[in-house]
Design a protein. Structure first.
Length: 134
């Protein structure tokens, strides 16, 4: 395992993922310890959208986990953050091909016109949401 893995984010800066495996495919894990609040919109956009999803080694969402101790990140809050202007802009920056890669079995349903909403809707599904946010 690698601690504090440095990855280039969508702002062309370097950010750190808490833990990454050496396997193929790699597993990327973010740890959060929250006692009073939940993850803020700014942190979510900076860490999940700009860093984690932009990571070129992240090919499937099953490679990503956010392990949260304390106040969990509710699905409604994730949807709020994804649907914000900033959230949608970061998903747009990912591009249609990256989103298709996340959902390879459904790639033919994902188009340049719908990939942002497709991604947001998929993260609203319990199985996908719960596989990432633990």
């Amino acid at each position: 395992w690698i601690t504090e893995l440095s990855v280039k984010n969508s702002d062309d800066n370097y950010a750190f993922i808490d833990l990454a495996s050496n396997g193929d495919p790699q597993k990327f894990i973010e740890y959060k310890w929250l006692t009073t609040n939940t993850v803020s919109k700014e942190d979510f956009i900076r860490e999940f959208l700009k860093r984690d999803l932009y990571n070129p080694d992240l090919r499937r969402l099953s490679q990503l986990e956010w392990r949260i101790k304390g106040n969990k990140l509710a699905k409604a809050k994730v949807q709020e953050y994804l649907k914000s202007a900033e959230g949608m802009e970061e998903i747009r920056k990912l591009g249609v091909n990256k989103v298709r890669g996340f959902f390879q079995g459904e790639a033919n349903q994902i188009t340049r016109a719908n990939y942002v909403s497709y991604f947001i809707n998929k993260l609203d599904q319990d199985d996908i949401f719960n596989s990432i946010f633990k």
